[in-house]
Design a protein around this ligand. Structure first.
Ligand code: DXP
Ligand SMILES: NCC(=O)COP(=O)(O)O
Length: 240
């Protein structure tokens, strides 16, 4: 079954908006795991708009499932943080400064040598590496030359076209997943997955090991409660 890693960035957004510690990010992470989440994902950005570097150290002490740290390894501070914390997984995302959110995957051809070196650094530290990739067969093939353990397919394109036609929206992701399997790449996915589009994706993408979901899940929790919401998402990932 595909694992659910809950991204708690937006819990930190709410906490930071008032300057205190409510909601308590560490407690929310513990509760998400208690509710059934099989991983916790955070994305510390250079401006610390939501997840702070200090949060990552606090979370490392309590996460008992899988800890996934996302970020841009072109920032030395990010590299140092990940090597110090040693999460189960690091997901390398090519975000530029000041982006509203992540909106593209790596050019695995242009950055082949750079990514190969960075991936080797993290793997030598015993950290599984996933790299954020668009559903582009050339980029998937390029990823296989970098030594990465996994790719994470950037699913905004799927989500934004889902309601116009789910088969067409899924097509590039299905082709990318099939190629990833042929190349021996592990497969993760994330960005804009939600209660409407998740089941079709996970039912039809072969070899999907993990989805990381945050924004929609936190929004849904405002209406359904966090425990109920985590379990609603988990039910989307059970086949049948
Ligand atoms: C890489 C990705 O698609 C998301 O995990 C990203 O972490 C979202 O970042 P924000 O929560 O800052 O929008
Ligand atoms: N890698 C995707 C992620 O962690 C969460 O993305 P989103 O669900 O907040 O869009």
């Amino acid at each position: 079954m595909t694992r659910l890693s809950v991204n708690i960035n937006k819990i930190a957004t709410l906490r930071n908006s008032r300057g205190g510690n409510n909601p308590d990010l560490v407690q929310v992470a513990k509760d998400c795991e208690r509710f059934g989440a099989q991983g916790i994902t955070v994305h510390p950005r250079p401006d610390e708009r939501h997840i702070r570097y200090a949060d990552v150290y606090d979370l490392k002490k309590i996460v008992t499932t899988e800890f996934n740290i996302e970020g841009n390894c072109q920032e030395q501070k990010f590299i140092d943080l990940v090597l110090d914390v040693k999460p189960e997984q690091v997901t390398l995302v090519p975000d530029a400064e000041g982006q509203l959110t992540s909106n593209h995957g790596w050019d695995t051809i242009e950055y082949r040598n750079y990514l190969t070196d960075m991936i080797s650094t993290f793997k030598k530290a015993g950290i599984r590496v996933s790299i954020f990739v668009d559903p582009d067969l050339k980029m998937v093939e390029g990823a296989a030359h970098t030594g990465t353990d996994r790719i994470e397919l950037y699913t905004e394109g799927y989500a934004s076209h889902f309601h116009q036609g789910k088969e067409l929206a899924l097509a590039p992701y299905l082709q990318s997943a099939q190629l990833a399997q042929q190349l021996g790449l592990g497969l993760n996915a994330g960005h804009d997955l939600d209660l409407h589009n998740l089941k079709y994706f996970s039912d039809n993408i072969p070899g999907l090991l993990e989805v990381s979901i945050g924004h929609a899940l936190v929004c849904d929790a405002l209406y359904y409660g966090l425990e109920n919401t985590v379990q609603m998402y988990l039910r989307q990932l059970t086949n049948g």
